[in-house]
Design a protein around this ligand. Structure first.
Ligand code: SAM
Length: 238
C-alpha cells in the first residue's frame, strides 16, 4: 500500500476535531498532490503524537481536516544535536535534510576560524527540516539554533551533554553508537577543517571527546551524515 501523506500540524490533535492547515499545506495538498475531499492522510506533532485524518473540504487558503484515531502515541526521540560549520548553501541544506532523517533533535550552526561566510536562511532550513521529518515518519521537528562563534558555542554548551568533535588527522578514538536518549552532540568542522588551536581549545573541555570517522578525509557534509548514522545506529523505532 502506498504510504499516506504526513503533515506536521502544530495544534492539539484529538479524534473528532476539525482543524485547518496552513496556506502552504493547502497548496501542497490541493495544487501539488491533487488531493480531494474524502482523501486520507496522517497528521502529527510532538505533544499529541500521530493521527489519521481525512479531508473535509479544501480551498486555496486552507484544507479542513477531520481528525480520526491516534496511530502513534508521543514517544521519546534521540537527544542528539548536530553542530556544524556552515558550508556551501546547497550542502548545508543537504545536511539539514539528512540530519533530520537520521533523527537529530537540534541543529546548531557554529562559526569557526575557517568557516566561509554564508547567509543561512532560517525559514528555508526550517521548511527543509519539517519536510524531512514528515517524510521520515518522525514525531518531532528539530530546532534550528542561531549561528554562534565557536568560543561562544563552547561557553554556552551544557557540560552534562557529551560533545563528539570530528577531528581528522588526530589520534582519536573511533566514533561508536551511544544511548540515543542520553544528551549528546556531534560537531563537524568546515571544508578547511578546524584550526589546530581550535582543536586544542576544545580538547580542554571535560565534555569534549575527539573522534575519528575513519582513515579517509571526508567532505564536511559526508562527515556529518556518516557520523550521525554511526552515533544513532542504536536508535529503536518509536
Ligand atoms: N581540510 C581538512 C584537511 O584536509 O585536513 C579536511 C576538513 S574535512 C573536509 C571537514 C570536516 O569533516 C573536518 O573538520 C572534520 O570535522 C570532518 N571530518 C572529515 N573527515 C573526517 C575523519 N576521517 N574523521 C573525523 N572527522 C572528519
Amino acid at each position: 500500500m502506498a504510504s499516506l501523506i504526513r503533515l506536521h500540524l502544530p495544534l492539539p490533535l484529538s479524534p473528532g476535531a476539525t482543524l485547518a492547515t496552513s496556506e502552504a499545506q493547502a497548496h501542497y495538498l490541493g495544487a501539488v498532490m491533487r488531493r480531494r475531499a474524502g482523501d486520507r492522510l496522517l497528521v502529527f506533532n510532538v505533544e499529541s503524537g500521530e493521527f489519521a485524518a481525512s479531508i473535509d473540504r479544501l480551498d486555496r487558503r486552507s484544507v479542513h481536516l477531520v481528525i480520526g484515531e491516534r496511530t502513534r502515541a508521543p514517544a521519546p526521540e534521540p537527544d542528539c544535536w548536530l553542530c556544524f560549520a556552515p558550508i556551501r548553501r546547497d550542502m548545508t541544506e543537504l545536511v539539514v535534510e539528512k540530519a533530520t532523517e537520521l533523527g537529530v533533535s537540534r541543529l546548531v550552526p557554529v562559526l569557526t576560524a575557517r568557516t566561509q561566510p554564508a547567509r543561512l536562511r532560517a525559514d528555508r532550513l526550517a521548511a527543509i527540516a519539517t519536510e524531512a521529518a514528515e517524510q521520515s515518519e518522525r514525531l518531532t521537528i528539530p530546532a534550528i539554533a542561531e549561528p554562534l562563534p565557536l568560543a561562544g558555542f563552547l561557553a554556552a554548551f551544557p557540560p552534562s551533554r557529551r560533545l563528539f568533535v570530528a577531528a581528522e588527522r588526530r589520534h582519536a578514538a573511533p566514533l561508536s553508537p551511544v544511548d540515543p536518549l542520553q544528551p549528546h552532540a556531534l560537531l563537524v568542522g568546515p571544508e578547511g577543517g578546524f584550526a589546530p588551536e581550535e582543536l586544542d581549545a576544545m580538547a580542554r573541555h571535560a565534555f569534549v571527546s575527539s573522534v575519528t570517522l575513519g582513515p579517509r578525509i571526508l567532505r564536511a557534509e559526508t562527515a556529518a551524515i556518516a557520523g550521525l548514522a554511526r552515533l544513532l545506529a542504536g536508535s529503536a523505532p518509536s
